[in-house]
Design a protein around this ligand. Structure first.
Ligand SMILES: Cc1ncc(COP(=O)(O)O)c(C=O)c1O
Length: 449
């Protein structure tokens, strides 16, 4: 038992035996521990949170100002100007047709509320049998029971299956790990056929399909095959199944476009956002709904059946607004595209190492997958904890990384997700790559490669 006062969890001080370094502060892409050691955070605060970097004066200023003026308000009697301006700007940042939004406290709540809104869309159209969601194996959509269920990230999900209902799952679209015997086109067709057959086996039951445009921590920045999302969207439209894009990691410029779905011709109906939306300065998430989702709900005359104490509060809106303005005025989407491309090219040089099997992702949302054998793509034995050991070696050298497991069939496989702040420079990208190379070589030797 550690001497800390926190309840150890899967994500917080998970190892009871270990002493963790104490962090003192952060500035830009750097973190400093209480001994004054400097680290570059390649994870962006575990994963894709830190969009604009630590210690941004404007945010601190606005938080103080808004806290002094009006932090929260009685939402049952008043509306709020700070919120209104922010939601309008957030919708402007999104693809056409998204004209209304709503804020909550994070990613789990965003996806959960997106599902609720999709459910209400069908209720408003008089469809009482629709209650199931289609998710994909190897995705993560949050840590509530419903989002864990829909997500299909076995590492976090399996413990709670007794509490789950019967949402539906289809296979992940994972080009690097497609069956050898299929061409990429055949693989895509097999996934589209699987989706169609799932839909057809459950006529008038399905509310929505939830997917990350690029799968985040569960598989490591995995994008789809060329026409995967377009073809799935066609089936969804045929059956009036809504598409929910989980943009919790990929939204707000992280992949080099405002939203991840814009890379793949995904015509989403609801966007769920969090993490980078506030750059971690306070807990914030949002859903953006396309006009076509809200039309039947408005016509029904009913309100959205949701709402929490911290939905739509002015303090969160002020922070979200400042982060959004910062992303726009510092052209961080453009920087993410440019430096992300550069970092990916540098990462590709690591493919000469015996255990680096794949480099993938878009913008500053990249991953390395580690394998025992590059020909067969055989994963490294789980008991050797390659990614976790690599994370420790890199930390010693001043690099904060995010080790993930479960890349293959939800159990085996090691990868690392990289989502550094969107302010990253090419010089910092060079440092990251060279420290990572040293760390991979050292770890591979340590585990007896
Ligand atoms: C894609 C995705 N969706 C949803 C969530 C849940 O977000 P939160 O942890 O803010 O509840 C996460 C968190 O990692 C995520 O990566």
């Amino acid at each position: 038992m550690s001497s800390y006062h926190v309840i150890n969890s899967q994500l917080i001080c998970a190892d009871y035996q270990k002493e963790y370094p104490m962090l003192a502060s952060g500035k830009g892409v750097y973190l400093y521990d209480t001994n004054g050691k400097e680290y570059i955070d390649t994870s962006g605060c575990t994963a894709a949170v830190l969009s604009i970097g630590h210690g941004v004066e404007e945010v601190a200023e606005v938080m103080g100002q808004q806290a002094r003026t009006l932090a929260v308000h009685p939402t049952h009697l008043f509306y709020n100007e700070t919120l209104e301006t922010y939601l309008a700007d957030l919708c402007d940042f999104a693809p056409d047709g998204f004209n209304k939004a709503w804020t909550i406290c994070g990613g789990t709540e965003a996806v959960e509320n997106a599902i609720k809104l999709a459910f209400q869309y069908h209720k408003a159209k008089g469809r009482s049998t629709r209650r199931r969601v289609v998710g994909r194996w190897g995705s993560y959509h949050g840590n509530s029971i419903t989002t864990l269920d829909v997500g299909g990230f076995k590492v976090r999900r399996d413990y709670y299956t007794a509490l789950m209902v019967d949402h539906l799952h289809v296979s992940a679209c994972f080009p690097y790990r497609k069956p050898e015997e299929l061409s990429m086109e055949e693989y895509e067709t097999s996934l589209v056929d699987e989706f169609r057959s799932t839909v057809e086996q459950h006529p008038d039951e399905i509310i929505c399909f939830v997917a990350e445009p690029l799968v985040g921590a569960a598989l490591g920045a995995v994008g789809p095959t060329e026409r995967y999302f377009e073809r799935i969207a066609e089936i969804c439209r045929e059956h009036d199944i809504l598409m929910v894009a989980d943009e919790v990691m990929t939204g707000l410029g992280r992949t080099g476009k405002p939203f991840g779905c814009e890379h793949f011709g995904v015509h989403a109906d609801i966007l769920a956002c969090a993490k980078g939306i506030s750059s971690g300065y306070l807990p914030l998430g949002a859903i953006l709904a396309h006009d076509r989702v809200l039309e039947p709900i408005h016509a029904s005359g009913e309100p959205f059946y949701s709402g929490q104490t911290y939905s739509c509060i002015p303090l969160a809106a002020a922070v979200g607004q400042t982060v959004l303005n910062y992303i726009k005025t510092h052209e961080l989407v453009e920087n993410t595209r440019r430096v992300g491309h550069y970092l990916k090219e540098q990462f590709r040089t690591l493919l000469d190492l015996p255990c680096v099997g794949d480099v993938r992702g878009e913008g500053l949302f990249l991953a390395l997958e580690f394998v025992q054998d590059k020909e067969t793509k055989e994963p490294i034995e789980p008991q050797r904890f390659f990614a976790r050991n690599l994370q420790s070696v890199a930390l010693e050298k001043g690099l904060v990384t995010y080790a993930c497991r479960g890349t293959v069939e939800g159990g085996r496989g090691d990868h690392m997700l990289f989502s550094p702040p969107m302010i990253l420079t090419t010089e910092q990208a060079d440092t990251i790559t060279s420290v990572l190379r040293e760390s991979i070589i050292e770890t591979w030797e340590q585990i007896g490669g």
